[in-house]
Design a protein around this ligand. Sequence first.
Ligand SMILES: *Cc1c(COP(=O)(O)O)cnc(C)c1O
Length: 389
Amino acid sequence: MTHAFSQLAPNLDDIARQGLYRSRRIIASPQGINLEIDGRKLINFCSNDYLGLANHPDVVNAFKSGVDQYGVGSGSAHLICGHSVAHHALEEELAAFTGRDRVLLFSTGYMANIGVISALLGRGDAVFEDRLNHASLLDGGLLSGARFKRYAHAGLADLEANLNKAAGNKLIVTDGVFSMDGDFAPLDELAAAAKNHDAWLMVDDAHGLGVIGEHGGGILEHYGLGQDDVPVLMGTLGKGFGTFGAFVAGSEALIETLIQKARTYIYTTALPAAVCEATRASLKIVIEESWRRNKLKQLSERFRLGAEQLGLQVMASASAIQPILIGDSQKAVDISNALLNAGFLVSAIRPPTVPQGSARLRVTFSALHEQQHVDRLLDALAKIIVGRK
Ligand SMILES: *Cc1c(COP(=O)(O)O)cnc(C)c1O
């Protein structure tokens, strides 16, 4: 006789045999380019804190005075008694920053994506998603009950063929900057396809907002697109902004619909107000300090050029995400461990986060890195992957 859940341990063994076992590293320092793990100091190349704001003194101080003013817990959901002056001010500042009518805060990006897609679509509608979209977008599409179609990565022809066959309300959903590849979605073409087929376009710009574009306006600034072209813009606050949370920006009707219908907005506790005060401080830095974006670009380009010269397989990325394609999962893990021993933290990304056979080192940069950090990482990669002495 077999017992309930007796397959758990053997399943874990299977995951390990495929080189897909995931485990956590325990960090003993603040976020930044230097991390302390198990008493060792490592140079960090895997954070999404691209602008180096997670431990910025202005952001930390705003958080502390936010706690003095509001305490820690927000007490309830936004619609009960959890929506403070700090939440509201941040929404208005993000609306001005994105050039949109209104903004609604969510507690996480995962929840924002699930909430928006489910609020906009139901049975009889259709959602179209890039094959490489973030898991939260895929889950949002599946949960919505709409007809769910994935199209080839950046594949306009594939998308248009599917759009032609669809009925009901149509929503095209894409990452702005693809999180595991670093390339940009072809947003100008997607926006045109959406208009041609009376569909809406939704962009998740978790890795673009604050980081891409002269003013940090993200992928939409890069393409010069606005609310008419991309009615639904989602952004996260735990990456370029260095804090925590997420938001959706768009028209009055969109935001009111989300307040009435998005279940991951209605049925969850609001972010702590102090986190919003911290984000207001980081938004100010994002707007004022374009040197962070410029430096990030220089560092990423320096790395990319160096990696190409070493014969490493870089990917088509113009962002601070510069993956090195390895292929085999166990090999990617072995290289990541060798880098760790050499003092560098670089994460190995494996299936199912990326497609089978495309395990990679996901190297990311921060505005706090210096050229010498990039050069030291390249030296380590030359030794470990290329076998150079
Ligand atoms: C990180 C990420 C999310 C999730 O945001 P959280 O605030 O971390 O939940 C959503 N979409 C993309 C593309 C992401 O990279």
